[in-house]
Design a protein around this ligand. Structure first.
Ligand code: PNS
Length: 182
């Protein structure tokens, strides 16, 4: 029998078949910026399904946007990417990864300074559940972007439109237009 491309589970040698991989990208995303989006796009291309997980960083428990707002802004910023979903999680990154059936955690690296803490987290997470972390270098021209500096610059009324997607720029302008943030 001649195998056909449409035969389920049959590789006729003209295509490379690989099992679907799901990865979790955990982070604070307060707010999501263009560097994050680059890493999401790279992960979707490399692995397949991407779950962007909005988690609590215990070193920075209170943020500018609430977890629900961060999820909404990330969804709006990532619209049109059918293999990418966004969710908030309350516990550990390893628990979020297990909940969504992630094969790997993916972390973006902006600068060499990121590596030390990310390597420590990767080893710690692996020690807890055995999940592996894959590092993806952020595009070099976006590697300087940080959510913290975006918040600071927006708070003082300077433009951040070149650093974030349009829904985040609008939300920041709206947030800092309110007198409570003067
Ligand atoms: O964007 P951030 O703030 O660098 O992301 C850090 C984050 C949220 C991924 C990290 O703090 C985290 O994984 N928090 C969830 C709690 C957890 O799993 N802690 C153990 C880390 S080894």
């Amino acid at each position: 029998m001649t195998p056909t491309a449409s035969s389920p589970g049959v590789n006729d040698g003209t295509t490379v078949e690989s099992p679907m991989t799901t990865v979790l990208i955990p982070g604070s995303f307060d707010p999501l910026h263009l560097g994050h989006i680059d890493v999401v796009d790279q992960a979707a291309e490399l692995f397949g399904d991407v779950v962007l997980g909005v988690l609590v960083n215990f070193d920075k428990p209170s943020g500018l946007f609430s977890p629900d707002e961060r999820v909404e802004l990330a969804r709006a910023s990532l619209v049109g990417r059918s293999s990418v979903s966004v969710r908030a999680f309350g516990g550990l990154a390893v628990q979020a990864a297990a909940e969504v059936g992630a094969d790997f955690i993916v972390k973006g690296l902006r600068t060499p300074n990121d590596f030390d803490i990310e390597q420590q987290m990767a080893h710690t997470n692996h020690s807890v559940t055995g999940i592996r972390t894959v590092f993806v270098p952020c595009r070099s021209d976006l590697g300087f972007i940080s959510s913290r500096f975006i918040r600071e610059i927006a708070a003082h009324g300077e433009p951040i439109d070149h650093l974030v997607a349009a829904p985040v720029a609008v939300a920041l302008a709206d947030r800092f237009a309110r007198p409570s943030h003067e």
